[in-house]
Design a protein around this ligand. Structure first.
Ligand code: MOS
Length: 763
């Protein structure tokens, strides 16, 4: 097998090529803006040039005179849409700032007008000729800006945040033999998926079809229906492919209902393709954060006290918070823990999910501090993790369902050659290069959510699977197809997979790395229903259900005995016994611990996600260990990363090829986050100044050298029927710290603020 398709180890599926590979490399894959529309009007957004204040008036004559302009819509003539709650407050929205509702401006880059035109170019031309008279106020835009307000998260947002505490931190820290107190900062970052935030809206009578890249077609359908005040059954969202999302397409942004409203008014399809820079403010981003970590330890390295205080920037109206202390306080054994997360409300657009939202900033702080502690103890950083490894999280004493952290460190260390490292900072050089080796823990919660599927099996062995999952580049088509093929005992090529359409049975948001676990568990359950019917037809006297109960885990719908025994099924005979040519089953699956209203909520586009640290009697995480070699030119301070090694364990790996790709992408993003990525804010104006792909620094091929992904074999029977721990967000978590730890080793300089740029180095 090739490197790209690693040989499966125990408890791994086959590395089949991507289901959508040919469609993608031949350009046949249709993204939202590729969908053909009959005579569309083109929408072009006008966005605010101030971050706070009011619009006094518009001067539109010049813009209206551009040939091809149909209309210009502002708060003065737009339909007033209904207010809908924030996604994390139990609603659908990415922000509660509803543009075109009033003359108020809440953030820079807010949508303040929409030009409708017969061509994109006319719309753009007119948009640039719209004159706006503002009454600006002084915005308060980030940490330390006078006029921001700070406080704990309130209301529903607190569901996403917890301030875990156990024991007596103050006393234990006071008495500890070795202490670390350090502060860390992470910047604003934007996802910048290749595919822009396009939306097309088409009405057919009372029915609305939306073509939009979304990580959650059921959420978008219900969110837009709520804003328009129409029945959700009238709305259909289609996106067969999503050109990258990373969290930015998980919640409903205000643009969609605006486009739907305009299409209804015009009685004509409306197509919007916003610009790259508009994407920085009409969608979400990763908020800047600050942290203080205090660790007290014994001389042998055992932690006795840990405190993690975090602060995050959000918008003025919305209490969006990621609250990663729920993870950092549970990662290592420690009897005395304290934590606190607060929100700083500023005049900004509302931030949102971005790949590993809580873990990326919060583990940067913790894993940097662990390295600082190792240095202070004169201890190998891997040994420090080993001493504090635990199978029970310290806050509630709940057992990890499985935890292969130290196995990951051991395998990763071997592959990386960690034993070649000389411990003292600045002790390894190669000519003009200062060489540093660093490592860090990575982890991500194992999450699952209710999902439904419909599966059809034909007598000839062809299979059709329907589930409103999302192909965001993650390999969803492929692993869903594999789940059905394996369960039904047919070749992968026999399976046609249908996702990305809200007319299909509901799946959860493709977020929180829950997709594979949730959709594959649902599809496997429905395939078992089919097998059960076939076995009943063949063996009407055998008690299938009774035997099934023995093999049922997680309080699931009974799975046919046949399904898990691997007993071959004579499909054609079974169909003949049934006297049919097609068997079709629909089923709704929910994880253990999912609340009673799960299936109703699922139909309404509201996720009841469970797992991670929030389960009643256990805790489930995927783990990994990341290793970085950094080289710093002692004259120019140029920073190079010749090697990245990540070793990961994430339960059943559905497909080692797509999994490796996900993990590799995560490592590369992690490196990018450490060294390059920051959205630069002009605090005077609340404006993102590098809002394009030239100035927002991203790695190019020359920045990415050897990247090695190691997948460990791990079996976990306590998470979901698929045995899957999500890994989409696993690899980019620990990298920030691993890079900074390597830089410390190379230079003796501790970097506590991201990203690290050569001008920050003092060597
Ligand atoms: Mo991910 S940030 O949960 O889409």
């Amino acid at each position: 097998m090739s490197i790209a398709a690693p040989e499966p180890k125990a408890n791994m599926g086959q590395p089949v090529p991507r289901y959508d590979a040919v469609a993608k490399v031949t350009g046949m894959a249709k993204y939202a803006a590729d969908m053909p529309l009959a005579n569309p009007a083109y929408a072009y957004l006008v966005t605010s040039a101030i971050a706070k204040g009011r619009i006094d008036s518009f001067e539109l004559t010049e813009a209206r005179n551009i040939r091809g302009v149909i209309d210009i819509v502002t708060h003065e003539n737009a339909e007033k849409l209904k207010d809908v709650k924030l996604f994390s407050e139990g609603g659908y929205m990415s922000t509660t700032v509803q543009p075109l509702k009033s003359a108020d401006v809440a953030h820079d880059g807010q949508i303040i007008a929409v030009v409708l035109a017969d061509t994109f170019e006319a719309g753009r031309e007119a948009a640039h000729r719209v004159k706006v008279n503002y009454r600006p106020a002084t915005p308060s835009t980030t940490f330390d800006s006078p006029g921001t307000t700070s406080g704990p998260a309130k209301g529903q947002a607190s569901r996403f945040k917890e301030d875990p505490k156990v024991g007596d931190f103050a006393k234990a820290f006071d008495e500890a033999e070795v202490k670390i107190t350090a502060s860390y900062e992470t910047p604003t970052q934007h996802h910048n998926p290749m595919e822009l935030f396009a939306t097309s809206c088409v009405w057919t009578g009372d029915n609305l079809t939306i073509y939009e890249p979304s990580q959650y077609v059921y959420g978008l359908k219900n969110g837009v229906a709520a804003q328009l005040g129409i029945d959700a059954d009238k709305v259909r969202v289609i996106n067969y492919y999503v050109g990258g999302a990373f969290g930015s397409k998980g919640s409903t942004t205000p643009r969609t209902a605006i486009m739907a409203s305009l299409a209804r008014r015009l009685n004509r399809p409306v197509k919007l393709v916003p610009t790259r820079d508009q994407g920085f403010t009409i969608a979400t981003y990763r908020a800047e954060t600050r942290h203080q970590i205090q660790i007290g330890a014994n001389r042998d390295g055992k932690l006795v006290a840990l405190r993690h205080e975090g602060a995050e920037v959000s918008s003025r109206p919305d209490a969006y918070v990621v609250g990663g202390t729920k993870t950092t306080t549970r990662l290592y054994a420690c009897p005395n823990v304290d934590s606190l997360v607060s929100i700083v409300h500023a005049d900004r657009n509302t931030p949102g999910f971005m790949r590993s939202p809580p873990e990326v900033p919060y583990l940067f702080a913790l894993e940097s501090a662990m390295d600082e502690l190792a240095v202070k103890l004169n201890m190998d950083p891997i040994e420090l993790r080993r001493v504090n490894d635990t199978m029970k999280e310290p806050i509630g004493g709940k057992p990890y369902t499985s935890r292969s952290l130290m196995a990951c460190f051991d395998e990763g260390a071997r592959a990386f050659g960690w034993s070649q490292r000389s411990a003292a900072p600045k002790s390894m050089t190669d000519g003009d290069w200062l060489v540093g080796y660093g490592c860090a823990t990575t982890c991500y919660p194992t999450q699952m959510a209710p999902a439904a599927a419909r599966v059809r099996l034909q007598r000839d062995g062809r299979v059709r699977v329907e589930i409103a999952g999302h192909e965001i580049g993650n390999g969803a088509y492929t692993v869903i197809g594999q789940a059905a093929a394996e369960k039904l005992g047919v070749p992968f090529e026999n399976v046609s997979v249908h996702i990305g359409d809200s007319d299909l049975p509901p799946a959860p948001v493709a977020g929180g790395s829950n997709s594979t676990a949730s959709t594959c568990s649902a599809v496997m359950m429905v395939c078992d229903q089919i097998r059960q019917r076939l076995f009943r037809a063949l063996m009407p006297n055998e008690s299938v259900i009774d035997k099934a109960k023995e093999t049922v885990g997680m309080g699931q719908t009974p799975v046919a005995e046949s399904a898990n025994s691997g007993r071959p099924l004579d499909r054609e005979k079974a169909f003949d016994a049934l006297g049919v040519s097609v068997v079709e089953e629909y089923g709704e699956w929910k994880p253990e611990d999912a609340p009673k209203d799960s299936f109703r909520a699922m139909q309404q586009g509201q996720v009841r996600i469970v797992g991670g640290s929030a389960m009643s009697d256990k805790i489930a995480y995927a783990f990994g260990a990341e290793f970085v070699e950094v080289r710093i030119d002692k004259w120019t301070h140029e920073i190079r990363i010749p090697r990245l090694v990540g070793a990961f364990a994430a339960g059943h790996i559905m497909n080692p090829r797509t999994a490796r790709s996900q993990l590799m992408g995560g490592l590369i993003w992690g490196m990018s986050s450490a060294l390059l990525e920051a959205t630069e804010l002009d605090p005077r104006y609340g404006r993102y100044v590098n809002d394009n792909l030239a100035d927002y620094l991203l790695p190019v091929n020359a920045d990415v050298q050897d990247v090695e992904v190691i997948m460990l074999s791990e079996q976990d029977d306590h998470i979901n029927p698929a045995g899957v721990k999500g890994l989409g967000e696993l690899a980019n978590v620990g990298t920030n710290a691993a890079v900074c730890n390597a830089i410390f080793h190379a230079t003796g300089q501790r970097i506590r603020k991201l990203p690290v740029r050569l001008e920050n180095l003092e060597v």
